[in-house]
Design a protein around this ligand. Sequence first.
Ligand code: C2G
Length: 722
Amino acid sequence: MIISYKNEMPFISDCMNSLEDQTEKDFEAIVVCAHTAHADADVIRNMDVSFPLQVIELPEDKDGPAAAKNEGIRASRGEYVFFLDSDDYILSETFCELIRLSDGKDIVAGDIKRTWKNRLHLLNDKKDNSALCPTETADIASALSDILTSHMVLTGIKATGLLIRREFILKHSIMFDESYIYYTEIPFVAQLLVNAQSCVHISYPFYFKRLHQDPVYHPSLNQTMKTHVRLTEALRAYIDTKKITEKITPSCEAEYDALFIKFYVQRITRFFIKDNAENKSEVFKKAKECFSLISENALKNAKHYHHMIIKYSLRHTLDKTIKRIRMHTLRQQGLRYYHDWKRIKQFIYRHVFLNRSMNDDAFLFESFFGKSYSDSPKYIFEYICKNNPGKYKYIWVRDKKKKLDIPYPVKQVKRGSLKYMRAMACSKYYITNIRQPMFFVKRPGAVLLETWHGTPLKRLGFDIDEAVFGTPRYKINFKLQSGQWDYLISPNEFCSETFPHCFAYDGKLLNTGYPRNDILYLPPNERTKLTCNIKNELSIPADKKVILYAPTWRDDRKLSEKEYEFSLELDLIRMRERLGDEYVILLRLHYLLVDSLDFSTLEGFAYNVSSYDDIARLYLISAILITDYSSVFFDYANLKRPVLFFTYDLNEYADELRGFYFDMKDLVPGPLLFTTDEVIDSIINLHDVEKEYRKKYDDFYNRFCSWECGKSSQRVTEEIIK
Ligand code: C2G
């Protein structure tokens, strides 16, 4: 078992545990570490494993997977070798099954499955369909071509996951070419296939190749390579492979050629038509070297377009080839998108709206997917409007369901509509508190201000260990998005330290505090007047004190793309019995939660304010905030009023869902409560609670609120409109 290691510490325990669990115990593991991983080598040496483990360090003048694998071959002693990358893992029956079939054969090959999942998640998912029913091909020619076709793409050809007879490798001096950075396995496998006298392929995924979710802090080797370097090397691997496969059976050669043709048409041509791709001509030159190596047979059997574009590329310049590919892509997209209106709109965005001139005086605002007129975009907008009458044009994004109630003359565009697409393409300023859509293209000269929407208590973005509940591309997409932000607002020092890491953001931070909290610093008389107005607006009796309950959402309660389920664990009937004379309670659900609350039986005590636009106005009228893990308390603390934490699922939330940046008990300026009765008791004894938390509250305020003093909108505006 030869394991190459460079810097995969977060993943290696999955790899080692998968070895520990092997049902076949007769193996030795040799971990070959890069010379830069000296400290990690010691950690691995000291791992508590029950199988024999050798850890070797590469000398300084050697680096890369090829050198590590070769070193592993030299150090190995067993009858067979098996290559495993330290970020990958295998099933507990992998060895047992491969060895069962070996019987002196040169190669026993299982399939590789690529996965975003860690081992635990994969095993949990596999429980339901774990029946092992592989099919075997032992006829040598068919087995060899099965191995090739099972890889699907040229760049997917891997030596990992193959059980290879050590004597066979040594006899034919088959080694990895160390001049490759990444694709050394392609010619290596070609040599195996050319020389093998006996081989069995077993079609079952015994090997799990991990796809890296985090391209910034834990990238895989290919994520660290520049695209043109990676593609040129893959083309070189094809050329080297062809020299080897001349000796192989025609059917096997045809398989290689078919993989190459697919690779050129699906990967290389897509790279050519990217506007910002680097060094296209270098890749094109290498591709041309490959074309003459493709066998006539393989070309004849290729799809019409594949055949044509290869011949075309061979005869024409890169520019002409790109034009030809673009024409085909446009036609294909047209056909594919024919019934998909969403795609058609994105197509129009890219090919029509982005070609129009940009409006230098247009601002586009969006808050929480257009669901409300709220948050920092609202306060920045109002500041600009008041201070620049008639100077700019304003557009607000709104949700499909309702028009926003905006007290200024503005245009509103429905999220996802063509008008929205046009506004996204043509407004110079785009101000949003959520992540911009993936189709968004940042034009030269455009300004994107990301206000974000809270000081995080819950881990965020790149700081979440593994995005188990979101899409596996969560972090990859996040990086693409934060790379487009020109400015990001930070409300406090903690965020200024955390945001660059958690968003993988290296643009400008505006250390201004949150514009959305300006309203909390109105002069006392204005604040009192506004408080009365808001209570009136919501028909809340003037003599009742207000409790605001604002919980957050839970990653594991997903209903659809942007909708999560909420279950109300506070017993409102009991609260009314004990508190109803003095208080009313406002229930404010997070914008991702589906609002299915019905308070008809609690009229006069409980109010559903989930669709009320601006939570900052609700803070103003509330005497107490109850929340859980929502960032709302960082904002509410600006008012220095009491906060209670109803954390009935604290352990599950902190340990299993997201994890926190802080130890909640140490941080929060109020008690952690687990039952409705504890909440009620704290409210009845509020005076004592306030006394108990006074010092903690002051410290909290100084740490998280001291940048906010009612001037954040002004400061932000002055920065972005210089
Ligand atoms: N919010 C709200 N009502 C709630 C909860 C939240 O209106 N019941 C609003 C608040 O403005 C809050 C923002 O949504 O600050 C973000 O809510 P969080 O509960 O903190 O959750 P999330 O959207 O996951 O953002 O950096 C902050 C984090 O990203 C958290």
